[in-house]
Design a protein around this ligand. Structure first.
Ligand code: BGC
Length: 440
């Protein structure tokens, strides 16, 4: 049951991945359909990130009040409706509005999917189950690349967007049958329901104890947003926001969103080969995420973060060096592929996982909103500045800049990020509370 819950909820991640990546192939075609200028195209492409910021900001507040299940279900319905609307839009204004609303759904799904799975999972395998969300994001990205490629021959950009309706329907139907998070039920004082749901999730023996632990930490929480700024939880906020921002400013979406451009700069002259290379990057992203899922509850989060950030820095340095040597082509491609491997075993899955683990129960949604908003904001900053950075700094220095930021990410993880492997959410919460007491 717990696996089924995680796998179904992860469809929220699939829609996140699909809807962020589908635009890459669709833009060529709706640009000519709507006769857009370059500035209008940039707006049509970028608006989804603004929607995601808004969705991320509101999602936590909504889910702390209305529950995990109902908000995820409503997000699925909206995903389907707004994807259909995007595909049917008749002009720039309706298209931009529809994409903004899809962005809102992406923002909510990005914080709520890992949060819901985390609250449903037993500590022992929580890392793997929550990371199914990241796996789904990566699958969504490749499927989007594939659908774009397949529909490109007919220039059918409308179907590219409408295709997202299918996983949205599966998510909605699946969510109808899944249990509400027992932790949220306990927070609402619905003791019996919480106990039943722990049992439904296969924790026959531990249900009483788990509920007692949850109720114990709930008694110590005020439930006010200001609690996040007290010593202890304040550290959790910094860790969360830091991780969320580092995930983006180390350059992942320059590759995910602009891979064909980078590969063409590196000397892959044919657009077809560049697109095929992009699909290769997407596949490697999926495969390396599987490896991470196998390791995350064994090795722990921190070793993966440290190895991943160091590897990312090395590969970005190598890509920068290859551009400098002008013997780029294959060298850049290999460097980019290995960079993706290091991201996919570390900052990709671990960031969303840790955000779902480190905050107190009553305001977990709101706290996660804060970090997730920071993630989308950083994503937006990198995405809108990347092409100008390439233009002003050149490829060599742009990639070196991301390499330096990856080293900074590694030091941040080394000094600040705790290990959460194998500990229940309540034990993690206790440790931040103790830190707060120690700091007076
Ligand atoms: C990030 C996305 C990124 C994706 C790539 C996610 O964890 O939040 O911004 O596009 O990974 O796999």
């Amino acid at each position: 049951m717990v696996f089924l819950t995680a796998a179904t909820a992860a469809l929220g991640g699939l829609l996140f991945g699909y809807d962020t990546a589908v635009i890459s192939g669709a833009q060529l075609f709706f640009k000519s359909s709507f006769r857009l200028s370059d500035t209008q195209l940039e707006m049509a492409v970028g608006v989804v990130l603004l929607g995601a910021m808004l969705g991320a900001a509101l999602g936590g507040w909504l889910t702390d009040r209305l529950g995990r299940k109902s908000v995820l279900l409503a997000t699925g319905v909206c995903f389907g409706a707004f994807s259909l609307w995007t595909g049917l839009s008749t002009g720039l204004a309706t298209f931009v509005t529809a994409r903004f609303l899809v962005g809102g759904c992406i923002g909510v799904a990005s914080m709520l999917t890992p949060l819901y799975i985390s609250e449903m999972s037993p500590a022992r395998i929580r890392g793997a189950l929550v990371s199914l969300n990241q796996l789904a994001i990566t699958v969504g990205i490749v499927v989007a690349y594939g659908v774009d490629y397949a529909l490109a021959a007919h220039k059918d950009w409308r179907m590219m967007f409408i295709s997202a309706v299918l996983p949205a329907i599966v998510l909605v139907i699946g969510m109808l049958f899944l249990p509400e998070s027992p932790r949220w039920l306990a927070k609402k004082g619905r003791r019996e329901d919480a106990l039943n749901n722990f049992r439904r999730l296969g924790r026959e023996d531990e249900a009483q104890q788990e509920l007692a632990d949850v109720e114990r930490v709930l008694r110590e929480e005020t439930g006010k947003f200001s609690e996040l700024f007290r010593p202890g939880f304040r550290t959790a906020v910094w860790i969360g926001v830091g991780l969320a921002v580092f995930q983006q400013i180390t350059g992942i979406n320059t590759i995910i969103y602009y891979a064909p451009t980078i590969l063409r700069n590196a000397g892959f002259s044919s657009a077809r080969v560049a697109i095929l290379g992009t699909v290769g990057i997407g596949v490697v992203n999926v495969l390396a995420t599987v490896v991470s899922i196998l390791l995350i509850d064994r090795l722990g989060r921190k070793p993966l973060l440290l190895v991943g950030c160091l590897g990312q820095a090395a590969m970005l340095g190598y890509v920068g060096y290859s551009f400098a040597q002008h013997h780029h082509g294959l060298a850049v491609f290999v460097g980019v592929l290995l960079y993706i491997v290091f991201f996919a075993i570390s900052l990709g899955p671990v960031v969303w996982l840790m955000l779902s683990e480190i905050y107190p129960t009553k305001i977990r949604g709101a706290a996660m909103s804060l970090a997730t908003f920071a993630n989308w904001f950083a994503n937006w900053v990198v995405t809108v500045t990347f092409l100008s950075l390439l233009d002003k700094l050149g490829s060599v220095h742009t990639f070196l800049l991301f390499a330096i930021l990856s080293i900074a990410a590694m030091l941040f993880c080394l000094w600040l990020v705790p290990e959460t492997k194998g500990r229940s959410l309540e034990e993690i919460e206790d440790s931040f509370r103790k830190l707060g007491h120690a700091r007076g």
